[in-house]
Design a protein around this ligand. Structure first.
Ligand code: GDP
Ligand code: IMO
Ligand code: MG
Length: 428
């Protein structure tokens, strides 16, 4: 494994932060390639808990290079807020261990305003975004009016692009969405200062990452969100605005597919989602509440309650396909401990047939009825297991079924949030 991808196999919050931190020990470089500070990745080291949104989860080691790729939408204020937060906790963050792509799109104040106003305008059809300006920033990227990091740090270009953007956005904000005018001069001044603070971190990251791979360094690409939040393969329109799947690495870090060796899908032992949209195995009942409480299923970025449901193997099989997964890391089997019976979805009944793929149309998805298999549960001793043999037999049966159904082997099992509550059981 010289360069490999760690990504979410479900709707996000699978434990990518924990697994990236764990796997980063054997890597030299950790790269974020999409998304922005809508992500919330938790890493627990000893007794300390770190919450990362924009900075790759390799930052806690000090000696790893962390890269924010061109596919990321970068909020400079959020970035420096996070750098200050980490430095406050004694974590070193300098241009030596963090670099930012000159091609990354910049989240500006109007993107956050637009995110909020558009959500309001959608009314009952709102997406339930994180409100960080992600969608509007990617909209400008595709519309070709975005401001990139290389533009932000060039005062003349920045002034020109900001002027044009503020004028257009103010029209739209005030006349269409009923919002307040934004002031050009104060935004210009504030972002000029941020630009100068950002300048030492800025680089052509594609060149750096390519050279490092060629030099034999190990590169870990850290995904944000998950397969079902992907703009193409997720539950559109209840998705984020980037390609969260493995294909996003190539465009989001400027690296060709032939330079990537493997892809690990992080799968929670059950399913969660934050925000709106369909969720076939959702448990809108006491069991769902029990899982939420035991698994502390509350958003890292927004604090919202996560919706909880049974493990859906149709999702994992779809994820294995669209990401070309070479292995799974299964997290939080300790959370399920204590349930007498645990269900797993192994197909959907749809139009009188059984299907094992995730349909594109939300109307078709709504008509899908999950088919369940039932497993006997296990007890809390699972959290103390440090090898496959120490796992309760019923947990082993559960894990075996995941492998059988998806055709992908499990390489890592996680039984708690800490680094040492992790066991490698197969090839990564
Ligand atoms: P991410 O967005 O994929 O990085 O995941 P989050 O950090 O949003 O949510 C995962 C939560 O589960 C975090 O609080 C982690 O500390 C925690 N976690 C990760 N793996 C495990 C595990 O195996 N067991 C338990 N109990 N918690 C875990
Ligand atoms: P991590 O990396 C879970 C969800 C939001 C919303 C939708 C669109 O921690 O797994 P956006 O602000 O991106 O336009 O919101 O996507 N969402 C996430 N859900 N985990 C995340 O990140 C998410 N990032 C965005 O809740 O439904
Ligand atoms: Mg998260």
């Amino acid at each position: 494994m010289s360069s490999f991808i760690v990504l979410g196999a479900q709707w996000g919050d699978e434990g990518k932060g924990k697994m990236t931190d764990y796997l980063a020990e054997g890597a030299d470089v950790v790269v974020r390639f999409q998304g922005g500070n809508n992500a919330g990745h938790t890493v627990v080291v000893g007794e300390k808990e770190y919450k990362l949104h924009l900075i790759p989860s390799g930052i806690l080691y000090g000696d790893k290079l962390n890269v924010i790729g061109n596919g990321v939408v970068l909020d400079p204020k959020a970035l420096f807020g996070e750098i200050d937060y980490l430095q406050g906790l004694g974590v070193e963050v300098t241009p030596k261990n963090l670099i930012v792509s000159d091609r990354a799109q910049v989240i500006m104040p109007y993107h956050k305003v637009l995110d909020a106003l558009k959500e309001k305008a959608r009314g009952k059809n709102d997406i339930g975004t994180t409100g960080k300006g992600i969608g509007p920033c990617y909209t400008d990227k595709a519309e070709r009016s975005g401001i990139r990091v290389c533009d932000l740090i060039n005062p003349t270009v920045f002034r020109e692009k900001l002027e044009a953007n503020i004028e257009a956005k103010n029209q739209y904000i005030t006349k269409v969405l009923g919002g307040e005018t934004l002031d050009f001069e104060s935004i210009y001044q504030e972002y000029r200062e941020l630009a100068e603070r950002l300048r030492p971190y800025v680089e052509d990251i594609s060149v750096r990452v390519y050279d490092l791979i060629k030099a034999g360094k190990k590169v870990l690409f850290e995904g944000a969100q998950g397969m079902l939040l992907d703009i193409d393969y997720g539950t559109y329109p209840y998705v984020t605005s980037s390609n969260t799947i493995a294909g996003g690495v190539c465009t989001g870090a400027g690296i060709g597919p032939t330079m990537i060796n493997s892809a690990i899908g992080i799968a929670k032992a059950y399913t969660t989602r934050v925000g709106k949209g369909p969720f076939p195995t959702e448990l809108d009942n006491k069991i769902g509440e029990w899982i939420r409480t035991k698994g502390h299923e509350y958003g890292v970025t927004t604090g919202r309650s996560r919706r909880c449901g049974w493990l859906d193997l149709v999702i994992l099989k779809t994820s294995a396909r669209v990401n070309g997964l070479t292995s799974f890391a299964v997290t939080k089997i300790d959370t399920l401990a204590g349930l007498e019976k645990i269900k797993v979805c192994v197909g959907y009944k749809f139009n009188g047939k059984v299907i094992e793929y995730f349909p594109a149309s939300l109307e078709d998805l709504a008509a899908c009825e999950p088919i369940y298999e039932e497993f006997d549960g296990w007890d809390d001793s699972v959290a103390d297991a440090r090898s496959y043999d120490e796992l309760p037999e019923n947990a082993k049966k559960y894990l075996k079924r995941i492998e059988e159904f998806t055709g992908v082997k499990i390489a890592i099992i996680s039984v708690g949030p800490k680094r040492d509550q992790t066991m490698v059981v197969g090839d990564i």
